[in-house]
Design a protein around this ligand. Structure first.
Ligand code: SF4
Length: 364
């Protein structure tokens, strides 16, 4: 599920690069850095120094890496670059402390991230793929089709750029931008590990949430591998039939099997799963759906997060306020926690399900 995955790809065709790109250092873990540095005949602690410069110290130039010899810095800059992403544009909400960042990959495609502030919490919603193969009917990213998986560096660099540009500490990261994180599983986990690394960004594991539409084989693998990041799953239906209305992937991964792997995860990890439920007028907002959700989820260790749909001008609409209210009231009988997420930054199309690359605003 994407929190902000509605990409307008009208002008996002990859830019053809003529010369070979330099290798970006952001995205490499310590052992990888140490391994590529062997050719420079420098002591092994240089890897650790560079790791800290990259992830902890917010530097953007090799010349800022003050504890490296200048010859070595020059040699590094001839062969490598620091960032795999280029920041193209930032849009700020006029009504809320929310910003949307547009980045360009070295290969020319573009992705977006959204920074949202609420109280002491500053959350960055990041992308894991360019486009998406999953084809949820309410999501514009689906119309792009799948273009490519982001590299570890392209995922982590969203964090580094936003942290520097916004001059703020990011307290939480959610993998809810463009793409299905579990279809880029290895790189998403490696990126989360880098953000969690003690001597690097050091973001607590419980402050990182990975959200999936429900790829059961990957949820099982995630459980078996005992990762400590939070898990969120897009439910978006009160039955197999209603899930299928908007999420064709539910055919491949039916609800019954999904609930089984969710139970296995919460039992093994001792953490509840957050189930995301988007309220769409006439599709998922009937009181009967609320009652079915209570029936279906009672006995499962979960939280339900209800998200009123953010209109993107397509066929789906947000329910009227009184319908949303009635739905929430009906859920008050639920024996599991229920929260409502009102999206941030809807005026800049940065709310849940609204991300769109507005190329015209970049050019003008
Ligand atoms: S998984 Fe579904 S909601 Fe998420 S980006 Fe892909 S198509 Fe959109």
């Amino acid at each position: 599920m994407s929190c902000a995955s509605f990409l307008d790809n009208r002008n996002s065709a990859p830019v053809q690069t003529t010369k070979k790109s330099k290798i970006a250092l952001v995205g490499l873990k310590l052992e990888e850095l140490e391994s590529i540095l062997t050719e420079f005949s420098e002591p092994s602690f240089r890897g650790q120094q560079i790791f800290e410069w990259l992830y902890r110290s917010r530097v953007d130039l090799f010349d800022q890496m003050g504890n490296l010899p200048s010859d070595f810095r020059n040699a590094l800059s001839e062969k490598f670059i620091i960032h795999p992403l280029k920041e193209v544009h930032v849009t700020g909400s006029s009504s809320e402390p929310t910003q949307k960042f547009l980045f360009e990959l070295q290969s020319g495609e573009k992705v977006e991230s959204v920074l949202m502030k609420e109280g002491k919490r500053t959350t960055l919603c990041i992308s894991s793929q360019v486009g998406c193969a999953v084809n949820c009917d309410f999501c514009a990213t689906a119309s792009m089709g799948f273009q490519k998986n982001l590299s570890v560096g392209e995922i982590v660099d969203q964090f580094l750029h936003v942290r520097r540009a916004a001059k703020t500490n990011i307290t939480n990261v959610v993998f809810m931008g463009m793409g299905e994180p579990f279809l880029n599983y290895n790189r998403v986990i490696a990126a989360a590990d880098l953000m969690n690394a003690e001597k690097g960004i050091k973001l607590g594991a419980k402050r990182i949430t990975i959200s999936t539409v429900g790829i059961t084989s990957k949820i099982k693998r995630y459980t078996d591998e005992k990762h400590r990041y939070k898990l969120a799953i897009s439910l978006n239906g009160s039955s197999q039939e209603s899930r299928l209305q908007t999420m064709p992937i539910a055919k491949k991964y039916p609800l019954e099997g999904l609930l089984t792997v969710i139970d296995n995860y919460s039992l093994t990890s001792r953490h509840p799963v957050t189930l995301e439920y988007v309220l769409m007028a006439g599709i998922t907002d009937n009181i009967d759906d609320a009652l079915k959700l209570i029936d279906m989820l009672t006995g499962h260790r979960c939280k339900l997060n209800v998200i009123p749909y953010n209109d993107i001008g397509g066929k789906y609409k947000r329910p009227a306020d009184d319908v949303i209210e009635a739905f929430i009231i009906a859920l008050k009988k639920a024996p599991f926690p229920v929260t409502v997420r009102w999206s941030k930054g809807t005026d800049i199309a940065a709310g849940c399900g609204q991300l769109a690359v507005m190329e015209s605003s970049v050019i003008n």
